[in-house]
Design a protein around this ligand. Structure first.
Ligand code: SP5
Ligand code: ZN
Length: 342
């Protein structure tokens, strides 16, 4: 299968994130995408192509246009105040505070448009975020053009980003933009299968009240795992979307024997939904040696994951999300893709 990759991802390189009360170097760093790209070449997965440059039209259907405008100007506003290191939010409109009056200063806007301090903005962030979305859309177009599958090597990732907020290393929800694009191209029903270790709260949020895009998530139980405030099993969709969302929260230490049962169930649900296209939010932070996660998937499990998804027999777009064990990130991510190809 083809891989869509842009070197522009490297323009986004945050300095710090907060972990265990300390500033530590960002786990989500440029070398991740380079290792995956190198592995794609090593196994001869297929051609690696650059993304086309897309308009923001589709993104504006899943994100608030004002939020997208904020992303485009945040660094300039931050730098105008004499700042040189990554822009990070520090104040959020939680319960009891107002969230109906957008602030007019960058520090306020950072909190208004974020869920945490995990998505730092640097001088090159917008360029990378836009290229990441372009990778997803270009790979979607390859699938719509008749390919059985394509791989969008997106960086930064997207699945924590919701209608009007960034967070969890994510800015634009690449998988959601791609799913929306498939809908606009005439696919009546699209399924998003999110296998990243963390619940894809942004994707769930975006499609929660829609009956045309089914969202399934397999992830660390939010009772004890980031993002903590979404991803429980009783979240099944609302209104027209009732029954079109399913969560499989799993405990620390979950290995392939149990994880794969959730994948089977999620695939069955996507099939029953009548999905014409599958979008996979492909995070490999389920790996046993991932530095911020706690599942126990092994390298040999990733091809099995790909093979199970292939059994759906549907055109499939893989969108890269998380995975922080950088030494193994390429082998594991590309393992899913070679397993899919059989
Ligand atoms: C795309 C993606 O994978 N984003 C993940 C963002 C996670 N950010 C918070 C990480 C908190 C890590 N806590 C470590 C405790 C280990 N149990
Ligand atoms: Zn993750």
């Amino acid at each position: 299968m083809k891989t869509v990759y842009s070197p522009d991802h490297a323009a986004h390189a945050g300095h710090w994130e907060v972990a265990r009360g300390a500033m530590v170097p960002c786990f989500e760093k440029p070398i991740r995408a380079e290792y995956v790209r190198a592995r794609v070449e090593e196994v001869g997965l297929g051609e690696i192509v650059l993304p086309k440059v897309w308009s923001m039209e589709t993104a504006r259907k899943v994100h608030d246009p004002a939020y997208l405008a904020f992303l485009g100007k945040a660094w300039d506003m931050w730098a105008a105040e004499g700042n040189h290191t990554s822009a990070l939010p520090m104040t959020w409109p939680v319960r009891g505070l107002r969230n109906d009056v957008p602030p007019e200063c960058i520090e306020g806007l950072l909190g208004f448009y974020s869920m945490d301090a995990g998505a730092s903005i640097t001088a090159g962030t917008w360029k990378a975020v836009k290229a990441s979305m372009d990778c997803a859309l270009t790979a979607a177009e390859i699938v719509a053009g008749g390919a059985r599958a394509a791989f969008a090597l997106c960086r930064p990732p997207g699945h924590h980003s919701g209608p009007a907020f960034m967070g969890g290393y994510c800015f634009i929800n690449n998988a959601s933009v791609a799913a929306q694009w498939f809908r606009d191209q005439g696919a009546a029903r699209v399924a998003i299968l999110d296998v990243d270790y963390h619940h894809g709260n942004g994707t769930q949020d975006i499609f929660y009240e829609r009956g045309d895009v089914f969202v399934a998530n397999i992830h660390g139980d939010p009772k004890t795992e980031y993002p903590y405030f979404l991803g429980h099993a009783d979240e099944t969709g609302r209104g027209a979307g009732e029954g079109c969302n399913v969560n499989y929260p799993l405990p620390f230490g979950t290995a392939w024997d149990t994880w794969s049962l959730a994948l089977d169930a999620a695939c069955d649900r996507a099939e029953a939904f009548g999905a014409e296209v599958i979008v996979v939010s492909l995070g490999v932070d389920t790996f046993e040696r991932d530095p911020i996660s706690a599942f126990k998937l092994k390298t040999a499990d990733y091809p099995k994951m790909g093979a199970r998804i292939a059994k759906l027999g549907k055109p499939t777009l893989f969108v890269f999300e998380g995975g922080y064990a950088v030494d193994e990130i390429g082998v594991n991510a590309v393992g899913v893709l070679t397993g899919f190809e059989g």
